[in-house]
Design a protein around this ligand. Sequence first.
Ligand SMILES: [Zn+2]
Length: 255
Amino acid sequence: MKKLISLAIRNIPRKHLQLVGHFIAKMLSVFYLGRGVQCPVCNHHYRKFLPYGRVARSNALCPNCLALERHRLLWVYMKQKTSLFQQEQRLLHIAPEYCFIDRMEAIDTLEYVTADIESPLAKVKMDILDMPFKQSSFDCVLCNHVIEHVEDDLKALDEILRVLKPGGWAIIQVPFFEPVPEHTFEDPAITAPAERFKAYGQKDHLRLYGKDYKQRLESCGFNVKEDYFVNSLPMEQVRQYALSREPVYFCTRPG
Ligand SMILES: [Zn+2]
């Protein structure tokens, strides 16, 4: 199973996977019936989660809603630490994840805008470097695992800051690969997919983020909380939900 899933992720284009992934996962779910884990996003129970990843990790993907470890972490974080589910707000979700879309759309108090350059799941087609929104038009922005694919990530961060209202917040996550370097590494001369894979860990990534990621966000004008939120949760819950241990980068526009 792990090998099959790794092969599919490596060889099927992302936009196609986004369209058919949930059908395949639902078919596989019959082999995962049980109550060993629970997905906090969709509340379904399974024996364990499906394996997932280019080098497949076990116990990763929810067969029902396709939430991964990091999505489940963010969902619990947003429920506990933000007002997303209670107050009237306008949210921009860049490169929206399948597991969140229906659930965000169901929140009555939320005006929910999805946007992406190519994803068939997004309603607005846009370039993150030149967003078709006025300044200060959103209360919050979600942008997870996007800017590592963008040539000028600092410009993308400027754009997120621009469309946020003063006092608004954004969660901006990127992947980290162990061992995490001290400084973010990028080299514009590295353009071939094989070279990018070697340098950055994935053939469509344009840099390798380092321990200075928080400073990189701050350099664009955000106030940043690097929140190791998972450490505040009961260990049994972390196990039951199979949560990522990554920090959440909670970025606020000052003012
Ligand atoms: Zn789920």
